[in-house]
Design a protein around this ligand. Structure first.
Ligand SMILES: NC(=O)c1ccc[n+]([C@@H]2O[C@H](COP(=O)([O-])OP(=O)(O)OC[C@H]3O[C@@H](n4cnc5c(N)ncnc54)[C@H](O)[C@@H]3O)[C@@H](O)[C@H]2O)c1
Length: 291
């Protein structure tokens, strides 16, 4: 299957007779906005990253997953089984050489894999890899824990941006081309008690993106972030029921989000539908930060 005929792209396009008239393509909506493009998603072995990788592939992208978790191979098999193109590369986002190798492998995959001619660029980066923290009062902070959370949740994003931007800046004869979406959090936009490392890291991601958005604004590169509220993923599944019901109660919409609801906004920001959006941090949070 070529990138012009991506997995799932046929569904709902109106090509099937007998559909409701309103089920066809809306004027101006491209069912394959990522055809011919290569998208790197870090931390896509599960949760929001896996949902994003599947969605990007379904919309035409050749997807490259960088994760420390070998479960990433299963997401690749799923994408391939549905007719899409994907590759998993073991990558620890805290190790610069590992991140550099991921982005180089992605550019190579985009230009040559599967006989499909792509851009040879890293067209999209979703800097999603992250871990939760052990919550506790700041006066009991464990420095090693602080360093681990900051390393993965902030430095890992900075390194991912650096090496994706290295490719993006060289694209289009040096004019630059690409779209970056980093994953911050509501906890990077508003405070949360007993959440020192995670809130500091995620606030860092939000301002990193504003700064990078400005830095590349005159090029063809856009840099944005999403700030999800509480979402049903492996990261939140392990929490005990009382914590989960507190989370639900804090969300004005009255429920946790799904990974797909976050992935939709990531895909929008990564697409040409968002060409006037850069340096922005979009809340995807059921109204959490509107309170
Ligand atoms: N789930 C939520 O409620 C929520 C809310 C706001 C923000 N987020 C953010 O969304 C992102 C995705 O989280 P999720 O909820 O899908 O959790 P998840 O645990 O399913 O996904 C995180 C992924 O990151 C990977 N990872 C961890 N350390 C890594 C490293 N050093 N190098 C490469 N990969 C690494 C993990 O293996 C995992 O696959 C994270 O940045 C998280 O902070 C999640």
């Amino acid at each position: 299957m070529s990138s012009a005929d991506p997995v799932g792209a046929g569904a709902g396009t109106g090509a099937v007779t007998g559909q409701r008239p309103d089920a066809g393509p809306r004027l101006g909506v491209d069912p394959s906005p990522f055809a011919g493009r290569t998208a790197v998603v870090t931390g896509a072995a599960g949760g929001i990253g896996a949902a994003t990788a599947r969605m990007l592939a379904a919309r035409g992208a050749a997807v490259v997953i960088g994760d420390v978790d070998p479960q990433a191979a299963e997401v690749v098999s799923e994408v391939e089984g549905a007719g899409g193109r994907a590759l998993s590369v073991r990558c620890d986002v805290t190790a610069e050489e590992s991140v550099a190798a991921l982005m180089d492998a992605a550019a190579e995959f985009g230009s040559s894999a599967g006989g499909v001619v792509g851009s040879g660029n890293v067209d999209v980066l979703v800097a999603n890899a992250g871990i939760a923290e052990r919550k506790g009062p700041l006066h009991e902070l464990d420095l090693d824990h602080w360093r681990t959370v900051l390393d993965i949740d902030l430095t890992g994003v900075a390194l991912s941006l650096k090496h994706a931007l290295r490719h993006m800046a060289a694209a289009d004869d040096g004019r630059g081309s690409g779209a970056v979406v980093a994953v911050s959090s509501i906890i990077g936009l508003v405070g949360q008690a007993n959440s020192a490392p995670y809130s500091a890291a995620k606030a860092g991601v939000a301002n990193l993106v504003r700064s990078a958005g400005l830095g590349y604004a005159k090029t063809g590169i856009r840099v944005n972030a999403v700030a999800p509220g509480y979402v049903e993923t492996p990261l939140t599944a392990g929490l005990d029921e009382s914590v989960r019901s507190q989370m639900t109660a804090r969300q004005p919409i009255g429920r946790l989000g799904t990974p797909e609801e976050v992935a939709e906004v990531i895909c929008f920001l990564a697409s040409d539908a968002a060409t006037f959006v850069t340096g922005a941090v979009w809340s995807v949070d059921g109204g959490y930060v509107a309170q």
